[in-house]
Design a protein around this ligand. Structure first.
Ligand code: URA
Length: 210
């Protein structure tokens, strides 16, 4: 296990009383220009009591229309991947994004947009208090861990995170949509190894808590 040195500045409290209080503030947020083009503030799906959190980049068109993260093609693939690891998308995981409003044309959010949204993500990590965090893609890795590494190099390895949690970067499901091979060593095959590892960690956590 490696040590993540500079992490999202979760030095304690986000300042919100609970998740619902944060959601209410976020729904009327105008801290950056993404508010001008959004249809929805896309906050989360899944279980706020889950031990596993997945953080993606930001909403796309489907998510902006429906107000729920990862509901488009990438989200459907993510659900299949979770299912293949025996991870229930409604019960075992809380899914959210670095930014809560859609960047126009699905561009990568700017550092200023990510910074404007950071307090919301901090609150999600604080209140969900996951034991395992998966960062889907390089935007999530950069803004949570403050590092820029090739995902192919860092995936598969846990780092220590705040409050005794462990964090791992995984391929973004959109990348897997563009790389369809399932051959040994391919991105899809590597993702399957990572999901099996997550399942193993969840089993260990469940074993400890019973
Ligand atoms: N990609 C993301 O990173 N997040 C979503 O919610 C949808 C697609």
């Amino acid at each position: 296990m490696t040590n993540a040195t500079e992490q999202l500045s979760l030095n304690g409290l986000s300042g919100y009383e609970n998740l619902d209080a944060m959601y209410e503030v976020a729904r009327s947020c105008r801290a950056c220009d993404l508010c001008k083009t959004r249809n929805s503030v896309v906050l989360f799906r899944g279980n706020p009591q889950a031990k596993l959190m997945i953080i993606g980049e930001g909403p796309g068109q489907n998510e902006d229309e429906q107000g729920v993260p990862f509901v488009g093609r990438a989200g459907k693939l993510l659900d299949k991947i979770l299912e293949s690891g025996g991870i229930d998308k409604d019960k075992d995981v809380y899914i959210c994004n670095v930014v809560k409003c859609r960047p126009p044309g699905n561009r990568v959010p700017t550092p200023a947009e990510a910074a404007a949204c950071k307090g919301f993500l901090e609150a999600q990590i604080e209140f969900v208090n996951p034991k395992l965090i998966l960062l889907a893609g390089s935007t999530a890795m950069q803004h949570v861990l403050q590092v820029k590494n090739p995902i192919s190099k860092v995936r598969g390895t846990w780092s220590d995170f705040k409050n005794g949690a462990k964090v791992m970067t995984i391929f973004h499901p959109s990348y897997l949509l563009r790389n369809d091979s399932r051959e040994v060593g391919s991105p899809k095959w590597l993702m399957w190894q990572d999901i099996k590892e997550v399942r193993k960690q969840l089993d260990a956590l469940e074993g400890l808590s019973t």
